[in-house]
Design a binder for this molecule. Structure first.
Ligand code: AMP
Length: 189
């Protein structure tokens, strides 16, 4: 049976990198709302224009928009056999909407919570800015993204703790090392 996973962590924790590795290892689709939104920006859709301004500021796109995007994506046949969510949910309202979408038949099974030291995270983002030239990776935006994370997204750890599905993972160290911890945690059940 497929697995229904969520990768949670602050911006720069390496979610995208680890998600790609988990996807390869488990053969489940990697669903990233950030990637979906960047795709809209690249294709210059109406949503892309609106989203770009918000993303460049490090703020959150509206719950309504991302929930609709995820609902459509989870309806695709490949997601019937499991999925790994990355970057969604980012607010308690999104988490509640996700619970409702999944229903009691196929609830989220595990939340991989990447734990990192904030200074390291900011450095990772600055490195990525230099490499990829992402407009949402300048220092002011990074600080805002961290503040938004703490205020709106971090409460999700307590939210999922109540369901007993959080798996804290040390997110510091080499990429392969961190992936090893995730794989071990997922193999434990
Ligand atoms: P990410 O690639 O996950 O870091 O997302 C990049 C940006 O896309 C974020 O800083 C937000 O502006 C936007 N975004 C991605 N996912 C969400 C979400 N679930 N809710 C609101 N905004 C999002």
């Amino acid at each position: 049976m497929g697995r229904r996973l969520l990768l949670l962590g602050p911006p720069g924790a390496g979610k995208g990198t680890q998600a790609a590795m988990v996807r390869t290892a488990l053969g489940i689709p990697h669903i990233s709302t950030g990637a979906m939104l960047r795709d809209h920006v690249e294709r210059a859709t109406e949503l892309g224009f609106a989203a770009q301004i918000i993303m460049d500021a490090g703020d959150l796109v509206s719950d309504e928009i991302v929930i609709a995007m995820v609902e459509e994506r989870l309806d695709q046949p490949d997601a019937a056999c499991g999925f790994l969510l990355d970057g969604f949910p980012r607010t308690v309202a999104q988490a509640e909407a996700l619970d409702a979408l999944l229903g009691e038949q196929r609830p989220l099974e595990a939340v991989i919570s990447l734990e990192v030291i904030e200074d390291e995270v900011v450095q990772r983002l600055l490195d990525r800015a230099a490499k990829e030239g992402r407009a949402d990776d300048n220092e002011q935006t990074i600080r805002n993204r961290m503040a938004v994370y703490r205020e709106l997204t971090e409460p999700l750890i307590a939210y999922y703790d109540r369901a007993g599905i959080v798996r804290p993972i040390d997110g510091m160290g080499a990429i392969e090392e961190i992936f090893g911890r995730i794989a071990a945690s997922l193999a434990a059940s």
